[in-house]
Design a binder for this molecule. Structure first.
Ligand SMILES: Cc1cc2nc3c(=O)[nH]c(=O)nc-3n(C[C@H](O)[C@H](O)[C@H](O)COP(=O)(O)OP(=O)(O)OC[C@H]3O[C@@H](n4cnc5c(N)ncnc54)[C@H](O)[C@@H]3O)c2cc1C
Length: 385
C-alpha cells in the first residue's frame, strides 16, 4: 500500500509540499491535493492586477496544469476535518490519510468591519483586488486611505507597498496633486522586525507626501459621512478606502478542534509544525507558529514537513527544526523593489536585514515568481506582462 498524504489547500504551502513529495517519491506515493479554487494567484499579483500592471487572466495559474507523478489535484471544498482519524470530508467524497496536512491559509472577513463592504473596498481577496482595477481609474480627488482592520494580517509590507504604488498610479494619471494618501497600520513602524526597512519606507512616504498613521486600526467606516473610525476614536475622511480585511481561521478548521476559535491560529510544535494530533501538520498562514503570514514562510514550513515525511518513509534523520526565515520583496514604486531577509525563530528575537530598492531586485522578484511556477506547475509561466 502506498502512503497517502492528503494536503488541504493548494496555496504556497500546499503546492511546495506536494512538489517536494512528488520529487522524492514519484508514483510511489499517493498525494491528494485539495483546493476549492480552480487556480493559484500570487499575493503580489493582486497588486499588479489592481494597478493595471497585469491582466487578471495572466495572474491565474490553473491547477489543472499540475502534472506531477504521485499527485492528484481535486477541485472541491473541504467541509469537515477529523484530526483524530486523519480524515477530511469534501464535496467530492471522504479522504482518509496516513499524513494529513492542513494548509488552508487565512480566511478574509470584510463583513467583520462595519461599513467596509458598503462604503469601501478591500484588496486582499482575489475578487476584491481584481475589481479595483475598474475602480481606481474613477478616483479623481480627495483623501485615499489604505487601512488595516485587524492586528494579524498577511504580508505586512503590502499596505505600504499599496500606498507607494497608488502614488505612482495617481501621478501617472495627473491626479496626485488633487489627492491625499494615508496608511493606517496597527504597528509603530511599517516593518517592526526590520528598523532599516521601516526607515526606508517612512523616508519614501515623506518624499511622496504619504501620511503614516501608526498604532491604529480602522474599526469601522461610516459610508454616509465617508469617514473611517479608528481604534483611538478619531475619524479620517475618505473618498477612496482600500482595506486590509479582518483575517480569521477558516471555520472548517475551528470546527475540527485544531484551533480554539476564529482568531486562535492552529497551535503547532514550532520545530516540526505538527499539531497536537499525531500525523497532522499545519503549514502556512493557518498556523500560529509566530512568523508573519507570507508565502515565503508558508513555503519554508511546508519544506520542513515534506522533509519529515521523506525521512520517516525512508528511515533517515529527521530534518532540522523550522527556523522561520524568509526573504520578502517590497515594492517601493518608481519601478524599484527592496528586499528584507527576516529571521523569526533562530535567535532570541526577530531580526531583519534590508537591501535597498533597485532594478536588480525587480528582476529577482520576477525570478522568484517564475521559479515557483516552474517548480509547482512543471513549466515556465510569466508572472508579469
Ligand atoms: C496583497 C497581498 C500581497 C502579498 N504579497 C506577498 C509577497 O510579496 N510575498 C509573500 O511571500 N507573500 C505575500 N502575500 C501573502 C501570501 O499570499 C500568503 O501569505 C500565502 O499565500 C500563504 O500561503 P498558504 O499556503 O498558507 O495559504 P494560501 O496561499 O492562502 O492557500 C490556502 C488555500 O486553501 C484554499 N481553501 C481555503 N479553505 C478551503 C476549503 N474549505 N476547501 C478547499 N480549499 C480551501 C484556498 O482556496 C487557498 O488556495 C501577499 C498577500 C496579499 C493579500
Amino acid at each position: 500500500m502506498k502512503t497517502r498524504v492528503v494536503v488541504l489547500g493548494a496555496g504556497f504551502g500546499g503546492l511546495e509540499l506536494t512538489t517536494m513529495l512528488s520529487d522524492a517519491f514519484g508514483d510511489a506515493i499517493d498525494v491528494v491535493l485539495i483546493d476549492k479554487s480552480d487556480a493559484f494567484v500570487f499575493g503580489f499579483s493582486k497588486l499588479d492586477v489592481m494597478f493595471g500592471r497585469q491582466l487578471p487572466a495572466q495572474a491565474r495559474h490553473p491547477y489543472r496544469d499540475i502534472v506531477k507523478p504521485g499527485v492528484r489535484f481535486l477541485q472541491t471544498t473541504v467541509r469537515s476535518i477529523d484530526p483524530t482519524a486523519r480524515r477530511a470530508v469534501t464535496d467530492a467524497g471522504t479522504f482518509d490519510a496516513d499524513v494529513l496536512v492542513v494548509a488552508l491559509g487565512a480566511d478574509l472577513d470584510p463583513a467583520a468591519t462595519p461599513g467596509l463592504v458598503e462604503g469601501g473596498h478591500e484588496f486582499y481577496t482575489v475578487d476584491g483586488a481584481f475589481a479595483l482595477r475598474d475602480v481606481l481609474p474613477r478616483f479623481e480627488r480627495g483623501p485615499a486611505i489604505v487601512g488595516v482592520t485587524g492586528k494579524s494580517f498577511k504580508c505586512p509590507p503590502a499596505p505600504s507597498e499599496t500606498a507607494l504604488l497608488l502614488h505612482d498610479y495617481l501621478t501617472a494619471r495627473g491626479r496626485r496633486e488633487a489627492t491625499d494618501i494615508s496608511v493606517v497600520m496597527p504597528f509603530g513602524t511599517p516593518i517592526p522586525p526590520s528598523p532599516d526597512t521601516s526607515r526606508a519606507i517612512l523616508a519614501a512616504f515623506a518624499e511622496r507626501g504619504i501620511r503614516f498613521v501608526k498604532d491604529c486600526l480602522v474599526q469601522a467606516l461610516d459610508p454616509a459621512r465617508r469617514v473611517a473610525v479608528l481604534s483611538d476614536g478619531s475619524e479620517m475622511p475618505f473618498e477612496l478606502f482600500l482595506g486590509v480585511p479582518v483575517h480569521r481561521v477558516p471555520p472548517v478548521v475551528v470546527e475540527s478542534g485544531l484551533a480554539t476559535d476564529a482568531y486562535g491560529w492552529v497551535p503547532v510544535n514550532k520545530k516540526t509544525l505538527e499539531t497536537a494530533f499525531p500525523g497532522v501538520y499545519a503549514v502556512g498562514d493557518v498556523n500560529g507558529v509566530g512568523t508573519p503570514k507570507a508565502g515565503v514562510f508558508a513555503e519554508g514550513s511546508a519544506r520542513v514537513v515534506a522533509a519529515a515525511i521523506v525521512a520517516s518513509l525512508r528511515g533517515g534523520q529527521p530534518p532540522e527544526a523550522y527556523k522561520g526565515q524568509g526573504s520578502c520583496y517590497v515594492e517601493f514604486g518608481h519601478d524599484q523593489v527592496g528586499r528584507v531577509d527576516v529571521d523569526f525563530l533562530s535567535g532570541p528575537k526577530p531580526t531583519g536585514t534590508f537591501q535597498e530598492p533597485s532594478e536588480a531586485l525587480v528582476a529577482e522578484k520576477a525570478q522568484f515568481g517564475s521559479s515557483r511556477l516552474e517548480r509547482w506547475f512543471g513549466r515556465p509561466q510569466a508572472t508579469r506582462d
